[in-house]
Design a protein around this ligand. Structure first.
Ligand code: HXC
Length: 521
């Protein structure tokens, strides 16, 4: 009897292994070779590279498609997506990895449900969800069932937004629905040369608008990283993108209920930054490298810039100060004189909100003359977009520290998190100047009559500009009124920021009841 049971069990486990092998093979040798020849890893190889060695645990292994209508008789091992969980640097993450070798990674109803299930588990257990996307979009054979599969994923992307971090890697030609799920997540990373994102591909575009465009020019990593702002990061190939995800995750908490992990550093809190004493030039129009200011003050001079090639007039970076992850927002005087235009406002607002929902304190470095003037900007809605930035800072309840390095004028003074917009601590270098506008513009407006009536208008104007500069072009007018907490020596910046961050470590800030906010979009 015992032998019979054993034989029976051996047969069952052999069948189980056979079924498992079929799933592991994905779309088969030929398609896997095609995937490798294209410079891409397979869905399973990607998970191995992303997760800590041997940590992956698969879920939904034997899920199959519905097998109705046009899908009858079609073989789709694993339903074209590998799902489960594992660890990254010891922390649990939930993952899905689409298998392009199975029907082009296209998403059918059950494929969508596999993804939805790991998303649900991620939220129930409080862990990030990472999607490795390589998909031709909705599975055409499944019709509305495929659309419904996407609906299940999109719905959860929105529902779980701000609950757990959601990270999307784009590692192949992602079309249609395959781009909207990533667009609903917190971060989009693309592999250079092997990934594309578009709603409709070159062929459809040609038939509708007669435009001829290549995959790369339509939706390659460069386009989305520099022009459209859809992607936050790009890297060379799958391995580099997966490595970047591991680094990105190190700045994020497991969920909105937790704080991001501290990382001990040998870099002393009190390290002086003498290089910052000579970075701002006495000529206010001379740009200087704000990235070097960031580099000088952060732990180990290391930071991770988000959207580095998009809207370069504003810089958004993750870094650490005294081991504490922070988000740094900074004007970049080297690009468009650091003015805030539509793209910069969108970029910063999104970053500020991302930091806020994941309990990452925000450090703002200010050198800004204002919002970017111009008919094109006005007509494209700079008011609507600029409002997002004001809104994002005001609604953020994480610790917020502002440091004014040089100019802080007009509406941009407020958009860069002034005291009144909710900054907990405002510091300034002695080079700072806070005013409604620059001395030249201000003097010509308020002293127009005196200048006009003067026998020597040019000299009168120069004198008035000087007079205005003396009064307003310094940090003290604002500091006297309590808008600035302290004027600090630039070489003391790192120590000061860390000290204030520690003080704010247990900050809580309540907001009045509402169903949800209504940010201008
Ligand atoms: C089912 C698909 C498919 C799809 C491709 N395949 N797209 N199967 N549904 N949407 C299959 C192919 O038949 C092929 O099967 C395999 O996947 C690989 O496709 P290839 O074309 O050989 O690969 P490649 O040359 O690399 O081109 C990849 C591609 C192209 C650019 C993604 O396949 C393509 O343009 N596909 C259609 C994209 C699309 O329009 N999707 C629908 C979007 S609408 P075999 O058996 O030969 O390996 C959508 C609606 C949701 O998503 C919207 C929600 C907002």
């Amino acid at each position: 009897m015992a032998d019979d049971t054993l034989t029976w069990m051996n047969e069952l486990t052999a069948e189980m292994e056979e079924r498992r092998k079929r799933v592991m093979r994905g779309g088969g040798e030929e398609r896997i070779k095609k995937q490798h020849d294209a410079g891409k890893l397979t869905a399973r190889e990607r998970l191995e590279a992303l997760l800590d060695k041997g940590s992956f645990v698969e879920l939904g292994v034997f899920v199959e498609h519905l097998g109705v209508e046009l899908m009858r008789g079609i073989d789709a091992p694993g339903e074209g997506v590998v799902t489960g969980y594992g660890t990254i640097k010891g922390r649990t993450v939930f993952v899905f990895s689409q298998d392009f070798t199975v029907l082009g990674g296209s998403l059918g109803k059950m494929h969508g449900q596999k993804i939805a299930r790991v998303m649900d588990l991620a939220v129930k257990t409080g862990a990030p969800i990472i999607g490795l996307n390589d998909s031709a979009g909705a599975r055409i054979q499944e019709g509305v069932d495929a659309l419904s599969g996407y609906g299940e994923v999109f719905y959860r992307n929105a529902l779980y937004s701000g609950v757990v971090p959601q990270i999307s890697a784009i590692l192949g030609p992602c079309a249609g629905g395959a781009v909207y799920s990533p667009a609903l997540t917190d971060f989009v990373l693309m592999s250079r040369g092997t990934s594309y994102m578009f709603i409709t591909g070159p062929e459809v575009i040609k038939s509708v608008t007669k435009e001829e465009v290549s995959f790369e020019a339509l939706g390659g990593a460069e386009v989305h990283h520099r022009k459209s702002g859809v992607a936050h990061f790009e890297a060379d190939g799958d391995q580099a993108v997966l490595e970047l995800i591991r680094e990105l995750l190190s700045y994020l908490p497991q969920s909105a209920k937790e704080k991001p992990p501290h990382k001990p550093t040998q870099d002393p809190d009190v390290r002086e930054t003498p290089e910052l004493n000579s970075i701002v030039h006495p000529d206010q129009r001379r740009p200087y490298p704000m990235l070097e200011v960031i580099r000088a003050i952060v732990d180990d001079k290391h930071f991770l810039e988000v959207q580095p090639e998009f809207a370069k007039n504003i810089l958004c970076s993750f870094a650490r100060l005294g081991g504490q992850p922070v988000g740094i927002v900074a004007n970049n005087p080297r690009h468009l004189a650091g003015t805030i235009n539509i793209d910069a406002a969108d970029k910063a607002a999104r970053f500020i909100r991302t930091c806020d929902c994941f309990n990452i304190p925000i450090v703002t470095l200010v050198d800004v003359t204002g919002f970017m003037p111009g008919v094109a900007q006005e007509h494209a809605g700079i008011i609507r977009h600029g409002a997002k930035m004001l809104y994002a800072y005001a609604e953020a309840t994480v610790p917020k520290i502002t440091l004014i390095t040089r100019k802080s004028y007009g509406g941009a003074y407020l958009a860069m998190n002034s005291r009144d917009m909710g900054a907990d601590v405002v510091l300034a270098w002695p080079t700072a100047a806070v005013a409604v506008m620059g001395a030249e513009g201000a003097a010509s407006i308020i002293y127009r009559r005196e200048i006009h009536n003067s026998p020597k208008p040019a000299a009168a104007k120069a004198a008035k500009i000087e007079e205005y500069k003396k009064r307003f072009d310094n940090p003290y007018w604002a500091a006297e009124r309590g808008y600035i907490d302290d004027v600090i020596d630039p070489q003391d910046t790192r120590r000061q920021l860390i000290k204030h961050l520690r003080m704010l470590g247990h900050k809580t800030e309540a907001r009045p009841f509402r169903k949800h906010d209504n940010i201008p979009l």
